[in-house]
Design a protein around this ligand. Structure first.
Ligand code: MG
Length: 300
């Protein structure tokens, strides 16, 4: 009886399927490729654009359609009005703030207090300026005296970052961890490393970034950005991939499409910010470089 009911049930299921031709046909039809709408938001660090004054630099950036400005953190509290005024009425927003603090968070001496004080001052100024966050490295390889690379130190780092992240949230901004490579910072050299520290710090104010230059040790730019996702990925740096010059100056090496594909698929809302030198004439190179990024973004 039970078996008969089961068979009848199966039969009616088949019958239902055979009378649902539109559903079946729809699944066989070629899928329409949905165009990705994620915009490319290009940002320049303050030293990148042509111009003497900040206003001249911003004029130049507007002429290239660059919509983000990244400034250094040193002395930021004294620049809040200057930067606010310069950005007024422009289609340029402040992106991230690049470091600029004293000391470092894993220091075993007075450099830790110097870090705490100066970083909090920068975070307050960053919040007033509407910045997405202040970039930091917990300790470069050469910084001493530094806590040893142990599990206790990682736990300590997460606790300290939790406190700092909560302070950043109160200020309306975030702390952004920048992974480097093993020659510069051996314990945080992959975007996924930084994202895991964000997760374990358990604060909405602790985020991470990827820098196409430092991402030399990643096996996949795509996987690196995907590991962070929009939950943790707050900023991106870019440079040419051979010598850290302007993207385009290292020719075929300057292919960012694998990483860009991830950024597009995840709907990354942040900036890709130029942090690089320039070997050639900026007036020629910068417009070509921005054009290259737009082309690769389209192709990614
Ligand atoms: Mg960088």
């Amino acid at each position: 009886m039970k078996r008969r009911n089961f068979l009848l049930g199966s039969m009616s299921g088949l019958a239902a399927a055979s009378f649902a031709p539109t559903t079946l046909l729809a699944s066989c039809a070629p899928k329409k490729e949905k165009k990705n709408e994620t915009p490319l938001n290009i940002c320049f660090q303050e030293g990148i654009p042509i111009g003497e004054s900040l206003n001249e630099k911003l004029d130049y950036m507007e002429s290239l359609g660059v919509t983000g400005l990244e400034v250094g953190g040193r002395g930021l509290a004294g620049r809040v009005d200057e930067i606010k005024n310069a950005l007024q009425g422009r289609n340029i927003k402040l992106g991230a703030i690049c470091a600029g603090f004293d000391g470092f968070i894993l220091a075993e001496d007075g450099q830790k207090d110097a870090f705490d004080k100066s970083m909090r001052e920068i975070l307050e100024a960053a919040g007033k300026l509407g910045s997405c966050g202040v970039i930091m490295v917990p300790a470069f390889n050469g910084q001493n005296p530094c806590k040893p690379h142990t599990m206790d130190t990682r736990n300590y780092l997460c606790e300290q970052l939790h406190e700092l992240g909560e302070f950043a949230v109160q200020c309306g901004t975030t702390v952004i961890l920048e992974p480097l490579n093993r020659n510069e910072c051996f314990y945080m050299r992959l975007v996924a490393d930084a994202a895991a520290i964000c997760r374990d710090s358990d604060s909405a104010g602790v985020k991470c970034m990827g820098d196409f230059w430092h991402m030399q040790e990643e096996t996949s730019d795509y996987a690196a950005f995907m590991a962070a996702g929009t939950k943790y990925l707050q900023h991106v740096h870019i440079a040419s991939r051979g010598r850290r010059k302007t993207p385009i100056e290292d020719g075929e090496k300057d292919d960012y499409r694998d990483g860009m594909r991830a950024l597009k698929e995840m709907g990354y809302p942040g900036f890709i910010s130029y942090e690089c030198g320039c070997d050639g004439d900026k007036a020629t190179i910068l417009p070509q470089s921005v054009e290259l990024l737009r082309k690769q973004w389209e192709e990614a």
